[in-house]
Write a protein that binds this ligand. Sequence first.
Ligand SMILES: CC(C)(COP(=O)(O)OP(=O)(O)OC[C@H]1O[C@@H](n2cnc3c(N)ncnc32)[C@H](O)[C@@H]1OP(=O)(O)O)[C@@H](O)C(=O)NCCC(=O)NCCS
Length: 170
Amino acid sequence: MIKDFGNGKKGEDVKIHSLSDVQTKAIGEHTTIWQYCVILEGARIGHNCNICSHCFIENDVVIGDRVTIKNGVYIFDSIYIEDDAFIGPNVTFTNDTYPKSQQGKPREVATYPRTTICKGATIGGGATILPGLTIGQGALIGAGTVVTKDVDPNTVVYGNIIKPRTDFDL
Ligand SMILES: CC(C)(COP(=O)(O)OP(=O)(O)OC[C@H]1O[C@@H](n2cnc3c(N)ncnc32)[C@H](O)[C@@H]1OP(=O)(O)O)[C@@H](O)C(=O)NCCC(=O)NCCS
C-alpha cells in the first residue's frame, strides 16, 4: 500500500511526496508523485498516474490518465502524453530542433513543435525523442533508440544508426 504523504494534496487521494516541489494544482485523483520531482504550475496531469522520483515537468505539458513515468524523465514544454502511455527510465524528450544559448540576449517567447505520445504507447528506457514527433497509439520504442521520425500506431521500432553529416553549417 502506498502511504499518504500528507502534504501538498491537490485532489482526492493525490499523493505528493514531501521531497517534491509540485506547483500545479491540475492533478487527477489517485495520482502519486514520488521523491525529488519538480512540476511547474501550468502542467496538467490526469488520474491514476505514477510519476517516479527525479522527474521534471514543465508548464506546457499535458499527461493523460493511467500514465507511468519512470525515474529520471524530464518533460519539457510542448510535450503531450496521452492515456495509458508508459515512459521508461531516463527517456530524453526534446523540444527545440536547433537550440542555442540565449544568455545575454533579450528573452523571446519560444514556440516549439508539439510532440505527442499517443494512447498506450511505450517508450523504452533511455530512448531519445526528437522534437515535434508523434509516437502512434500502442507503439513500442526499444530501449536506447533515438527516434527521428513519426512512429506508426502499433509498431515496434528500435536501434540506432549514426550518419556523418557534411552539408550542414553550425
Ligand atoms: C525492442 C524490444 C521490445 C525487443 O524485444 P525482443 O523482441 O525480445 O528482442 P530480442 O531480445 O529478441 O532481440 C532481437 C534483436 O533485436 C536487437 N535489439 C533488441 N532490443 C534492441 C534495442 N533496444 N536496440 C537495439 N537493438 C535491439 C537484439 O540485439 C537482437 O538482435 P539480433 O537479432 O541481431 O541478435 C526490447 O529489446 C526493448 O528494448 N524493450 C524495452 C525495455 C525497456 O526499456 N523497458 C523499460 C522499463 S524498465
